[in-house]
Ligand binder design. Sequence first.
Ligand code: NZQ
Ligand code: ZN
Length: 382
Amino acid sequence: MKFSYQNTTQILFGQGQISAISQTIPTNSRVLVVYGGGSIKHNGVYDQVAAALSDHQWQEFSGVEPNPTKETLDKAVEIVKCDHIDFILAVGGGSVIDGSKYIAAAAHYDGDGWDILTGQHQVSSATPLGAILTLPATGSESNSGAVITKSETQDKLAFLSPYVQPAFAVMDPDVMKTLPDRQLVNGLVDAWVHVCEQYLTFNHGHMVQDGYAEVLLRNLKQLAEQFDQRDSDVWRENLMWTANQALNGLIGSGVPHDWATHMIGHELTALWHVDHARSLAIVQPSLLRNQIEHKRAKLEKLGTEVFKLDAGEDLANRTIVALEAFYHQLGVATQLTEHNGDKQHAVDNVIEQLEKHGMIKLGENQAITLKESRAILEQAIA
Ligand code: NZQ
Ligand code: ZN
């Protein structure tokens, strides 16, 4: 085990914490408040932000869409550059926070911001940013990653940079009260798959990472089983904190990672606008079946420690069945139906995109070549 780990984001957790931003954002900053389609205008979050920033100079940029596009975000990059913005406050879910990370990095670059996603430009500075999370799912509020779409070419790519790690993350579970069930379910599923991507690889014996991953998975399973209690403070608090811990870097330190489900899932979102979490539920069961020999030991551990299944030769298979049942119980499909019905064309389309994006050796063993991806998609696409 060998790693370097730090998470510099200050977490401000709990009811009423939005007001704390009046202290955490320097009062001499020129602030750009970035948000999405307007949900924050209907649930009191915008008003709380405005009240907290009453002593700050601030302006706003709205309209960041789910699966944020560079085309929209570039308009905010211009504002940051022209108006000498020196702090960005992201108020929203993963899309708004990721979008703000792109804005922060692209504003410190003279070229096309998309170069950051293709790797042509290495981020070496960015406008400081903070986040007010309104949808627990991605962990973006306290990690250094962002996923951005170029709608012109249907490319959805990720970048990582310590320069876009939020300085703080406000997590007030009360903001979840207006989340539609669909988004709550998405949060459960996305956090679940984040843990799996860092856990369901091969046996390495690292007890802290494995043990904590299992705690997070058991939490998510229990929260799904108690979905009828989603209107309670404790249910909201537990989901918000669990989803954060799933992708804040800790359980992934010093262990192998997979992320193939995410990479293939991103293509489904780019092509057919499938919700991020739902793209993962479509890909993951077929991917696990395809990779069962590599992943057998960890699938068995998941089956025993999380699903409480009995030992036996077919345990890995039964674990995948239990995992599918977990998604189905939440009303989440495990096959793609959003394409126009021509399955072969859909499979070819995804394979072309994966190849274009260099996703030709995915997974912890780099064993998921385009041939394996094709086999996975044959199962995952209806
Ligand atoms: O646009 P608004 O009005 O805010 O509405 C949003 C949006 O329509 C709504 N919403 C958010 N908070 C709400 C609310 N509605 C009512 N009440 C609230 N409190 O929910 C809808 C979905 O929001 P979005 O931000 O798109 O969802 P999510 O948080 O699931 O983010 C998904 C994006 O994050 C990326 C995904 O690829 C996708 O683009 N990811 C980012 C990661 C990261 N940075 O580490 C990792 C993830 O694996 C993921 O790839
Ligand atoms: Zn995800």
